[in-house]
Design a protein around this ligand. Structure first.
Ligand SMILES: Nc1ncnc2c1ncn2[C@@H]1O[C@H](COP(=O)(O)OP(=O)(O)OP(=O)(O)O)[C@@H](O)[C@H]1O
Ligand SMILES: [Mg+2]
Length: 583
């Protein structure tokens, strides 16, 4: 007798369900995606016990004919693909024709649907391998009810987490979808309590969702205050069209949970995209901190393969490197625009008032505290990203030695006085030391316009003037949102009187050797160096190391030089730009 035999359909479905249906959130995902593909405007999700007891998804989409509704429960039945060619250009959320078959094989399943094209609706049930159908009348659209998920797969059932944990994942997913698709309405209920409800928003014609829609949807889901501070960016090139809301520096979070990446409206946790986002923020964010980003990537469906995993949460890009670079560049440009004050109430000042670069003390504290809580919150896939990210961000020793020796020295002008007014004093562990940070170009040029010692909090990018109210977008639309950074006009440095050759504040050397009688570094404040002392012999400095990616340490004879890495990097970029404005 043959030992090899064909498995029956129900068993095949259960095996396949292992990949498609991992937990309640996977069911929510598959059913909501079906609703989206059916052209729905409003999608309602109701859960009980975190989805473990009940998941109910209703939509006002196309609905199905009674025949289609029965057929749809069979494996490999779909209305979304016709030929193999379609597989390489998927424009719908689903396409594999297996979600309903998988879900119905591991739950008590009911589907009710009525299409505008048919007079009769149908109710289809599936339980213990049996499918039954009955005539049914109701409103147009489809509703699917899943009871007792994994009731017949005890091993899977035992893997489900608590109601709260399962609900949190469902919530996160639906929230992400609602952020991805502002043109659709979503309502989420848990144990009959409404968690959120968002109505469809008007979006402009064309590929973009538009700043208004994105900002309003973000406001509804992530909070008004946050949404108002995010910067809207748009970018188009040969490979992608990007539209995003990104947080300005200083608004960072301890986890990567607030980085949402969408590709052709699909929420994906893709390393390549996330790395692109982090690259965009490279010197604008401390290690262990993450920005808030809602990045919409639209691209030719033929250039991205969604068919990597049955759950369709992984992608393969034909031009991955280019897509990643575009994301990084778009973010970097957006941050450089400096229009960080985008807000409803006062688009030009709201954020710049609340943001100021962390003083050196707090930067050190932030990064020095290893922040275990934050680290614990980093998703698994970030473990793989961070080392690479760190690698990419590592300041190259040669660059420091050679560039600093030439560019910085060249940039000095004999008629520029050394500015020591920004020396920062750090008290820690009983040791009083004096360090000097390199100012960012903006800080330097800004301070240059004040008289020495004047106490005035410096705007971050003074060469980007506050928005001219006359360029503020006028809109008859009932939704009033902040103008995009595009509304801000850049003004050349000369026009605002900023010196092209900024002042070069010099680091202060501190003695390396402790006094023998103390046995530790002596608590000693170093007097301000004379002009001659501050002429740093860059060629002779020996790079000894970095601390928490915040400070660089150089040795010169018996002296230790401490450099603020972030400001130093900014300075290098600035000097490069001065040397080659076409960069
Ligand atoms: N809410 C819905 N409204 C209208 N039609 C639906 C709905 N849900 C499912 N269908 C129909 O049932 C078919 C089967 O759905 P199913 O989710 O199993 O497969 P799919 O969406 O085609 O692919 P995938 O397995 O990748 O999700 C769909 O192709 C669609 O035609
Ligand atoms: Mg589907």
């Amino acid at each position: 007798m043959a030992r090899v035999h064909l498995l029956d359909d129900e068993l095949i479905n259960k095996i396949a369900a292992g990949e498609v249906v991992e937990r309640p959130a996977s069911v929510v995902k598959e059913l909501v995606e079906n609703a989206i593909d059916a052209g729905s405007q409003q999608i309602r999700v109701s859960l009980k016990d975190g989805g473990r007891q009940l998941i109910e998804i209703s939509d006002d989409g196309l609905g199905m004919s009674p025949e289609d509704a029965v057929l749809a429960l069979k494996r490999h039945t779909t209305s979304k693909l016709r030929s193999a060619d379609d597989l390489f250009e998927v424009s719908t959320m689903g396409f594999r024709g297996e979600a309903l078959a998988s879900i119905s094989s591991v739950s008590r399943f009911t589907l009710q649907t009525m299409s505008r094209d048919f007079k009769e609706g149908v109710r289809v049930t599936h339980e213990d391998g049996k499918t039954l159908s009955f005539p049914w009348q109701g409103s147009f659209g489809t509703s699917v009810t899943i009871k007792d998920l994994f009731y017949n797969v005890p091993a899977r059932k035992s893997f489900m987490k608590t109601s709260a944990a399962e609900f949190a994942v469902c919530h996160e997913y639906l929230q992400a979808l609602a952020l991805a698709l502002p043109q659709l309405g979503f309502r989420l209920l848990h144990n009959d309590k409404e968690i959120f409800s968002v109505s469809p928003l008007p979006v402009p014609d064309g590929w973009a969702r538009g700043e208004q829609a994105l900002r309003l949807r973000t406001q509804a889901l992530l909070g008004e205050e946050l949404a108002a501070k995010l910067i809207y960016i748009q970018h188009q090139d040969r490979h992608v069209r990007l539209e995003a809301l990104i947080s300005p520096p200083g608004l960072d979070k301890g986890t990567a949970k607030h980085i949402f990446t969408f590709v052709n409206n699909r929420w994906v946790k893709d390393k390549l995209l996330r790395y692109g986002v982090l690259r965009g923020y490279h010197s604008h964010i401390l290690r262990g901190k993450f920005p808030v980003v809602l990045m919409h990537v639209d691209m030719d469906a033929a250039l991205v393969d969604v068919n990597v995993h049955p759950a369709k949460t992984e992608l393969r890009f034909q031009y991955g490197t280019e897509v990643q670079a575009s994301i990084a560049m778009a973010i970097r440009d957006g941050l450089r625009q400096g229009a960080w004050g985008s807000s409803k109430s006062n688009p030009t000042t709201a954020f710049s008032e609340s943001y100021s670069p962390a003083p050196i003390e707090s930067q050190a504290r932030q990064s020095a505290s290893a922040n275990p809580a934050a680290a614990a919150n980093i998703p698994d896939d970030f473990d793989l990203i961070l080392p690479k990210y760190a690698e990419a961000e590592k300041i190259n020793k040669d660059e420091i030695a050679s560039f600093a020796a030439t560019a910085l020295r060249e940039a000095r002008s004999p008629n520029v006085a050394l500015d020591l007014s920004s020396a920062k004093h750090v008290e820690s562990s009983g040791i009083k030391r004096t360090t000097m940070s390199f100012d960012t170009p903006a800080q330097v040029s800004d301070r240059a316009s004040y008289s020495a010692g004047e106490k005035k909090s410096a705007p971050i990018y003074p060469h980007y003037p506050k928005a001219d109210p006359s360029v503020e977008k006028k809109s008859d639309n009932k939704f009033q949102v902040a103008p995009s950074p595009a509304a801000h006009k850049a003004v050349p440095l000369e026009k605002i009187g900023a010196p092209m050759m900024p002042r070069i504040p010099a680091p202060t050397a501190i003695p390396l050797m402790p006094k023998p009688d103390l046995g530790i570094f002596e608590a000693k404040e170093i007097s301000r160096p004379s002009k001659a002392e501050t002429d740093i012999p860059w060629d002779e400095l020996k790079f000894v190391g970095a601390f928490q990616r915040c400070f660089l340490f150089f040795e010169h004879g018996d002296q230790l030089l401490v450099v603020d890495q972030h400001a130093f990097h900014e300075r290098i970029l600035y000097e490069r730009l001065l040397q080659n404005p076409s960069l």
